[in-house]
Design a protein around this ligand. Sequence first.
Ligand code: ADP
Length: 602
Amino acid sequence: MSFLDEAQSDVPLLSEKHSGIPEFLLEKAREAKAGVFETRTKPKATSDRRPVIPPGVEEQVFVTALGELEKQLGQDNVERNNKPLKDGWYMEHPNTHDLMTILDEEELVPSAMVYPGSTEEVQQVVLWANKYHIPISPISMGRNLGYGGAAPRVRGSVLVDLGRRMNKILDISPEDYTCLLEPGVSFFALHDAIKKKGYDHLWIDVPDVGGGSVIGNTVDRGVGYTPYGDHWACHSGLEVVLPTGEVIRTGMGALPGNNTWQTFPYGFGPYSDGIFSQSNFGIVTKMGMTLMPNPGGHEGFMYTFQKEEDLNQLIEIIRPLRISNILENVAQLRHVTQTIAVRGRPRTDFYKGEGTIPDSVVHEVAATLPIGDHTWAYYGMSYGPPHIRQYKLSIIDTEFKKVPGARRIDPSTLPPDEYFWARDRIASGTPELHELRWVNWMPNGAHIAFSPVSPIRGTDATKLFELAKKRHDEFGVDLFPAFCVGLREMHLIVELVYDRADPKRRKDVLDCLRHLVEDAAACGYGEYRTHLVLMDQVAGTYNWNDGALMKFHERLKDALDPNGIMAPGRCGIWPKKYRNRGWEMTKASGGNSQGDGVAPPS
Ligand code: ADP
């Protein structure tokens, strides 16, 4: 397919493909796609690709091994990664590489993709990987963009793409407000199924963009924006294939005949679920999730604040309101550059100079927008019937207006395509696609996140913001910060947007991020989640007591995965045969993702 054909082809629907778009978002998806291709200059990959094979495995052995797996899973379900790499875009994302690559795009690529259709077939893949000592890397949907997408950490791993054939909603309980899912169920699909069943009393919690897998997002500890925004805290029960091929069910799932797997997460004995999130200790094949009750009404609201320095006072106001649940959802406090960028236009529409876009330009543009000039925009949601909402909203109004210059934006004055309405839908459980648009800020736009956690305190927010600003100025990267306010902490998500076809820009952005991680750690802040290429560095910052936590993780890894086949290096956890061979990527080690081979099997 030519570049033009690709740009003009239609977006797959959810009814056609597990990763497709629901019909109600089709128009929006078409517009988003047009925007992405409008700014794309990157040519399609050429076909002279280096052959990709797993480390420590001979080409011929690998071919024989794949042939054996084909016999077990069927020919269509084993695919060698030897075709030109095609980027696509969010809705038509590749599983052959990271669409938003930060290294050369050939660095973090799998050697093959396999598509198991059941837990038993996942077990077969795992046993096969152990037999041949081939690293495997599981994904559910592979849309973890900004954190590595579908890519494995070790070049030449075999990607286990679970979503393609394991995408059933196994149960939705309208009485218990729970569901049981397979890996390929997206937020779009779960929302669609609940609507189709007519369960208006059930809500789901959705992240900024709804195309990710519920399981993938949850095991990577992603967040959403209703009161159920902490996805990991809201899951209940896992089915996991261990690195040696056994299957376990956690919590109440271990009790045969139980009817509480999705309602009581703990069961009896150690709570083992934690070791299966942000790790490489198993492949999750089923997960239970709790659903939110429809609160009987909701009302999005928005405030803007004029000055950068207002951040301190505002966060101090937010904390007690959030902890006491007057502010009920995981709200976002976003910076004005994002307000502009989320309109989907390239930066060159506003500014053509080098370095970061000047404040004067930003404020001039902001003054022309429906919400007017500002520095901070708070997007919140109040839940319940009108009189309950009124009670909470009046307290919020009094408190927020203590910040001089604070303005409440009347939503009825905003046009239907204003970003506010996307946040309004997200915070009331309807999945969206709008957020993507700021990627068009740069040609061939890609993003990677700096995501430190802090308490909900003004001084911490200001310190992190200033630290980010300083490094962004130094590297000439426009600053897109958003604070996502949890119950007692905030995730600051700073998205660095870059042209992925420009190696110099990619390097600048990665250097900027490495400084940010280091600067933040020096002040006692750590990331809640990170990109594949930063995992070693971030894991290295959690080093209290001579790295005691990582030593514990390595002991678990060695016990659970003696052959080191499961997602080596994920979250900085390396199996024994990779250790001390230069696989770690840190600020000091430079840009080599491939290390110096693996120890031969003992
Ligand atoms: P999403 O598409 O929901 O954003 P992904 O499928 O890309 O998420 O998953 C994000 C990351 O979480 C993957 O790279 C992988 O490391 C891990 N992961 C995803 N699904 C599973 C799973 N079923 N079992 C174990 N780890 C998983």
